[in-house]
Design a protein around this ligand. Structure first.
Ligand SMILES: *Cc1c(COP(=O)(O)O)cnc(C)c1O
Length: 484
């Protein structure tokens, strides 16, 4: 029985007919019938609306519609398309060809393999998450990383929460709820994704007392603002901007001295939080967490997935009495870290016990520290692969020097020496090729600069070159094959 849905110049077979095809029948060995039917419904529904849109627009089939209809006619192609739909996930890997190492929209820090191994073990099986194996009773989830963090940073105590925004919220709520917090006007930052220090503070009921001016804040500005209502002095790392020129900021040691003389705790939100000195790699000097702890800050907060190169987390290190107050705040329960994050964080932190190992094994650090000539060699290799695949008939292919950024609100003024492959499509708009790259598999995120498509190689690893070559060749030649 063949029931065909009349839809424009060509017809879409019924679900039953498609199901009876041998290639589709073969899929029923691996997937439940209901899942295959669902994939067929999605596919035919998309096709139908495509054909209707084309009919409404003058009755001519779109190239995409024609290609999709061919998929329905060709058994092998239909089977491949259904397998793709049956296995596809929404959240998936992309190739980051932007050169931005900590790209917040692309998942920030890629994890070290050691973290993945820990995730697998703790995720697949039960774990001692909150179980003390020695005592045979309830334990603390925070114990797994606290000692490690203390050893790495020199702090007395540590606590980890869901992200750094949560860390700041917890500290302010615990120490300054309903009271005053003094911050320099030069440090009232907004981080991407609308994390604004003044707004976070307002949520906790802490009152913000701004001192100094945008470019200059002196010790006496803090001193004069201290009243009986003051609960905390706060220093914030101006993550994504720099005030340059005529500037004065109060050094950590000075701020600590003022706070302690008045019996007030002093906290620093470091934002990125590095544990190794990046200066040997030509990056601008970043204050390390160890330095802030050594300067006497009572609490220091930082992210797990910025320059640290681990999973999303908020790390708080500092004075033991204050950290235990944070842990007792009911908010700590709402902001608590997940077991998978904890597993990945512990594995990442362990690498820092041997700093040379951290630099090799943590992708964020390895990508940032990679010498320029290695990035250039990958750009040359990609260009060679593209030319070998016939790209030059479709686009001009050039290897160009072009700097990129660290990203993620870290090292805002750092320009990482970079190399890119620049493509100038010969017959099409560069925007169209860029769109197809995003829609492809694997999706590739690249940048348009000066009307050319730039594929930045600092963030593309050696093992991604061949998949990238395939993705670019397909994006350039799709039009030629009539697969819009
Ligand atoms: C990035 C950043 C935050 C937010 O950290 P998340 O881990 O993204 O929540 C807070 N403060 C500063 C200074 C930052 O740079």
């Amino acid at each position: 029985m063949e029931r065909r849905v009349q839809s424009g110049p060509r017809q879409i077979p019924s679900i039953n007919e498609l199901l009876s095809r041998p290639e589709v029948q073969a899929l029923l060995d691996r997937w439940p019938r209901a899942a295959v039917v669902l994939a067929l419904r999605d596919l035919t529904a998309e096709l139908r609306s495509e054909l209707q849109a084309a009919a409404a627009g003058g009755g001519k089939e779109s190239e995409g519609g024609a290609a999709a209809l061919r998929v329905l006619e060709d058994g092998a192609a239909l089977s491949a398309e259904l397998v793709r739909r049956l296995t596809a996930r929404n959240l998936r890997r992309v190739i980051n060809a932007t050169g931005v190492v900590l790209h917040t929209n692309l998942g920030r820090a890629p994890l070290p393999r050691e973290a993945l191994a820990a995730l697998e073990e703790v995720g697949l099986y039960y774990s001692n998450l909150e179980y003390d194996l020695e005592a045979g009773g309830r334990g603390s989830r925070h114990a797994h990383v606290e000692q490690l963090l203390c050893r790495l940073t020199g702090a007395e105590a540590a606590l980890v929460v869901n992200n750094n925004a949560a860390a700041v919220l917890l500290c302010l709520d615990t120490l300054a709820r309903g009271r005053e917090v003094i911050v320099s006007r030069g440090e009232l930052v907004e981080i991407g994704g609308s994390f604004r220090i003044p707004e976070v503070m307002a949520r906790t009921g802490a009152r913000l007392v701004e001192v100094g001016t945008t470019n200059k804040t002196y010790p006496r500005d803090y001193e004069e603002a201290i009243t009986g209502e003051t609960a905390l002095l706060l220093k914030v790392h101006p993550s994504n901007f720099r005030v340059v020129g005529f500037t004065r900021e109060v050094a950590r040691e000075e701020l600590v001295e003022i706070g302690h003389r008045h019996g007030l705790p002093v906290m620093e939100d470091l934002g990125s939080g590095v544990l190794v000195d990046l200066a040997p790699f030509g990056l601008p000097p970043e204050p390390t967490v160890q330095k802030s702890v050594a300067a006497g800050l009572d609490l220091v907060t930082f992210s797990g997935d910025k320059l640290l190169g681990g999973p999303q987390a908020g790390i708080i290190v500092g004075r033991a009495d204050l950290v235990s107050r944070l842990a007792r705040n009911p908010l700590a329960r709402a902001l608590r870290i997940d077991k998978l994050t904890l597993a990945a964080l512990e594995a990442t932190l362990r690498l820092y016990l041997t700093p040379e190992l951290a630099l090799q094994r943590i992708p964020t650090l390895a990508l940032l520290a990679e010498p320029e000539d290695k990035v250039r060699a990958r750009a040359e290799e990609l260009a060679r692969l593209l030319r070998a695949g016939g790209a030059e008939g479709l686009a001009e292919v050039e290897v160009v020097a072009d700097p990129s950024e660290a990203g993620g609100g870290a090292l805002p003024t750092a320009h990482l020496a970079g190399w890119a492959v620049a493509l100038s499509p010969r017959k099409e708009r560069v925007e169209e090729v860029e769109r197809r790259l995003r829609a492809g598999s694997p999706p590739v995120v690249a940048r348009i600069q000066q009307d050319r498509l730039f594929l930045h190689l600092r963030t593309v690893r050696a093992e991604e070159l061949v998949p990238l070559q395939g993705a670019v060749l397909r994006a350039l030649s799709l039009k030629a094959e009539g697969v819009g």
